[in-house]
Design a protein around this ligand. Sequence first.
Ligand SMILES: [Zn+2]
Length: 473
Amino acid sequence: MNKFKYTIPENILFTTAPKDVSYAIFFNFNKADEVSGFTTKFGDITPTLTKNNKFFQINCGILADFSSESARKIGGILAKYLDIHKIESINFPDNAFSSFSDLQTESFFEGIFLGKYSFTTHKSNTEMFESIIYIHPQNPISEDQIISVHKLTFVVNLVRELGHEPANIINPVTLAKIAEEIAIENHILFKKIDYLELEKMGAGGITSVGKGSATKPSMLILEYSGSPDSDTKPIALVGKAITFDTGGYSLKSVDSIKGMKYDKMGGITVLGIILASALLGIKQNLIGVVCSAENMISQDAFRPDDIITTLSGKTVEILTTDAEGRLVLADGLTFVQNEYAPRIILDFATLTGGIVTALGKIRAGLFSNNEDLATTLFEFGEKTGEKLWRMPLDEEYFEFIRGDDADLKNSGGREGHPIMGGIFLKQFVQNNTPWVHLDIAGTAESTKAENYQPKGANGFGVRLTIDWLKSLK
Ligand SMILES: [Zn+2]
């Protein structure tokens, strides 16, 4: 089976459950004044067996506090419960979702499909278990809605899967093959700009970063035409995919090098957004650019003090080879603007450790040159639970990255570290095109499995962006 190919789930049936075979699901809400006397807490699942019925009661907390994120969490908790207890089938009776809004019902199923995921690819003896889910047709969610939700979560789970794979399996060469396979399978136009072409083109940012690796860098271009007759300019999505970041000669420490396989999450997220758009038929023209490289040490690797020339013509003095993400993105941004003149640009990158210090793993850093776009994306973050926080980009910050011997330097020191990344990238945005940079270094990966999130790569940014794309005219 090709794991990049979407298939409609066979275990979800829009019919009344055959009698006595499955557990009916009931969602319980407490009134605020009842909470003290209640013995279960949010997310607790209580199985109940009577002579004629078997059902699960799920504690959903206080109705007034219930949000789509709560619904998603409940879905995730239920999915894990079904898996652990090998529950063969459950059913949602006709009034199951009477206390849920439409969005909450969708979010609940998102939680079910996302919560089931865990990374087991390389484990022997893992058996796949799938509960049958009966949905009474009188519930206000349609089969089409469920399939849309399922498609989106299929992509999020694929992003998790690819993100979780280590660097001996996913490197710039294998990532290009995967992206091509995904594109062919889903009628997306694919182009690979390989190392030699990048060199010829003068893309010194990405070639400098990736040339020390045995698997040479490339830029992967994915064109999705969701509105082929429209003459409006496309939306560009640019992602950093450093398949492993050793830091280069500015080598990372024993502690901070662990987990650097996740430095590709920005690029994988872009791949995911393009795939989800194709599966869901999003009515926009999109260009995905995945800047793919491995940051290694070798006789060919770039060094601190090197002065490189990016595709834009701007020169950069290398203060540290560990601030490499902004160099590959600089070329990705220039390329997509020169070739496609997009009307909006979003970039996704696990760019700085500084953003994790600032915002933890709860919110991603949002940097933008455009108030409307920043506000809109912030709001979609609140809605989808993929939360953002606006960071500043005052011109004063530029002084820290002004080069001594070149136009720019790639590090501005420790102060305002994530902002230095943002202000650096801003130098490569042409004509004030509306642009957002999302620093997902903290949010792209979870430290532990919780609710609907797995441990490791979690697919942050796909749902948020798809929701936003759906809202555009
Ligand atoms: Zn780095």
